[in-house]
Design a protein around this ligand. Structure first.
Ligand SMILES: *[C@@H]1O[C@H](CO)[C@@H](O)[C@H](O)[C@H]1NC(C)=O
Ligand SMILES: *[C@@H]1O[C@H](CO)[C@@H](O)[C@H](O)[C@H]1NC(C)=O
Length: 327
């Protein structure tokens, strides 16, 4: 993919040529709290581990299929849904995302500058605002988080490029309303928390293992994992991923303490899988599931868009009165 390659030509001479660093610690994302690194048996799950089995894809159109999906969500904490968004809609967003946004001069400058930040064990190491878009560099090099994208709170850059409209079909794809009604265990119902994109440049490193709930509500893992499910994410790839590059998940880890994961994996109670997906597929999972992004060994930039849904009581400062999608 041309754009990613061009961008990386300038990139590689600066940040991305830094020496590599191994991330084998378990890091929480800051979505639910501050960055925190703590040691776990993950040190024995090196980056050189053989490719993991692929996560099965689920249909969602019939009642039986939906039942199987809800069952898998309870057991594994995650499901990969096939063909949820029309691939041509995903292609249209992809084209404008790369051609208009990633190649926008202000974005290129921000990404180049952020690329110069050192590798770190922190989940995010640096950020810039570009026309109201929050651009954050992950601690693992080559990985960026961009948000917000929904018309609820997108900034002037995203709006002026029409990307908020193109994002619309990804905010609540058809089966997710049904799933959320079933899996968000809150009498208050759910709402969209935020919507963004993850972009991974050529030769990007593996992301850190984390749970999206971060430190949870109490900073006590045992207590936080025992809470009713209140946090889910949907990831929708704009580029096809393979077994080498998708997201790696620990199925069943939504109920297992980090310190017990090594043993649970050995015993087969937790399964390491790769979610390899096509544009139009949706990976939907609980914020309690441990996962990480695989490296990008290709010469092409890869991106996915995401939407986070939370129980309405999980308030993070987003104005509820202007919410477009709730249930
Ligand atoms: C990056 O790391 C180098 C070497 O450890 C250090 O000298 C430099 O100050 C760091 N830069 C930043 C921005 O932290
Ligand atoms: C964490 O929560 C568990 C379960 O509620 C409790 O047994 C434990 O004492 C708590 N740990 C701390 C350090 O508060």
């Amino acid at each position: 993919m041309l754009i990613g390659t061009l961008l990386l030509l300038s990139h590689q001479q600066t940040a991305l040529a830094e020496p590599t660093e191994c991330h084998n610690s378990f890091t929480t994302s800051p979505e639910g709290g501050q960055d925190q690194v703590f040691s776990t048996p993950f040190v024995s799950l090196g980056l050189e581990a053989p490719p993991q089995p692929l996560m099965p894809k689920h249909g969602w159109r019939t009642e039986q299929e939906l039942e199987a999906v809800i069952h898998a969500l309870a057991e594994d904490g995650a499901v990969l849904l096939e063909g949820v968004v029309d691939p041509s809609v995903a292609l249209s967003l992809r084209t404008h995302f790369y051609d208009d946004l990633i190649r926008h001069p202000n974005m290129e400058e921000a990404i180049r500058e952020l690329g110069a930040a050192n590798n770190s064990e922190a989940f995010y190491v640096a950020e810039r605002r570009v026309g109201g878009l929050r651009v954050r560099r992950n601690g693992a090099r080559g990985r960026f988080d961009l948000k917000p994208f929904d018309r609820r709170d997108a900034g002037v850059l995203v709006q002026s490029l029409g990307l908020d409209s193109l994002f619309e079909p990804f905010l609540l794809p058809p089966p997710l309303r049904t799933l959320l009604a079933s899996v968000v265990q809150a009498p208050t119902g759910w709402r969209v928390k935020n919507a963004g994109a993850l972009t991974t440049f050529p030769h990007a490193h593996t992301g850190q293992w984390h749970r999206d709930i971060g430190d949870g509500l109490f900073g006590n893992e045992s207590l936080d994992l025992s809470l009713p499910d209140y946090y889910f994410a949907a990831l929708c790839p704009l580029d096809e991923t393979t077994v080498e590059q998708g997201s790696e998940l620990l199925l069943g880890s939504h109920t297992v303490l980090a310190g017990g994961l090594g043993e649970a994996i050995s015993a087969g109670r937790v399964r390491r899988v790769i979610a390899a997906a096509k544009p139009g597929d949706v990976l939907f999972f609980s914020g309690k599931v441990v996962h990480r992004g695989m490296p990008n060994p290709t010469e092409s930039t890869r991106s996915l868009v995401y939407t986070v849904y939370t129980a309405k009581w999980f308030e993070q400062g987003r104005d509820a009165s202007r919410e477009m999608y709730t249930g």
